[in-house]
Write a protein of this length. Sequence first.
Length: 227
Amino acid sequence: MDSLPTSQDVDNGSSEDEPSNDESSNDDSSKEPEILADLITTNLETSLFEERPQKFLPLSHLDSLITEKSVRDTLKLSTKDRRAAKLVRWICEEARKLFVVVVQTFTDKDNLMLSAMKKFKNANFADKDLPAPPFQWNSARADKSGWRDERFPKTWSLGSLVKFHDMQWRVLAPIFEEEKFHYDLDPNTILPIIWKEDRHQSGNFSKVFKAELHKLHQKYQSVYTTV
């Protein structure tokens, strides 16, 4: 028998047509969220473009990391639940990046992951909507007053919101194409540069140096490109 949604599910915009946790679906399910989080962390690459190195996930890793099985195990969803199958299918088809961000935000809190993904599905918020726009909060009061985005669960703490917005850039490293010469990038964009020359030439408005793009984020014939 399908379990009824909790009060938290209702607060987060979930409906009775959405799945809930089923801890009996996995013999050792308590370890699964940590395993996926660890796999994501292991596959992160380091961008050396900025003075302070940043991490990014090569986009080709999404297919191998975010599968129907890994999503189901992480969220502790039963393979016999049709409603769960719809959520899993939606994540794998439309929200793989979003799911990585949620896993990185909450790590082993599978109940928060599940409520978040149900909320995002109901709000039609998926990979196509990333990056989520920046939000403002009252720093003097350290609360969320004045910030409104109905697509996000109202129960999220300020810390969770900040972490989500920081983590999303890890899955948004751009892919550079040989015939494209202009890119309108957000200042928060993590460039997939895994090596750069220590020496550089400076002009009035820029610095020029040799750099190596991650092979999975460039469609150039050569390995090196100038930034």
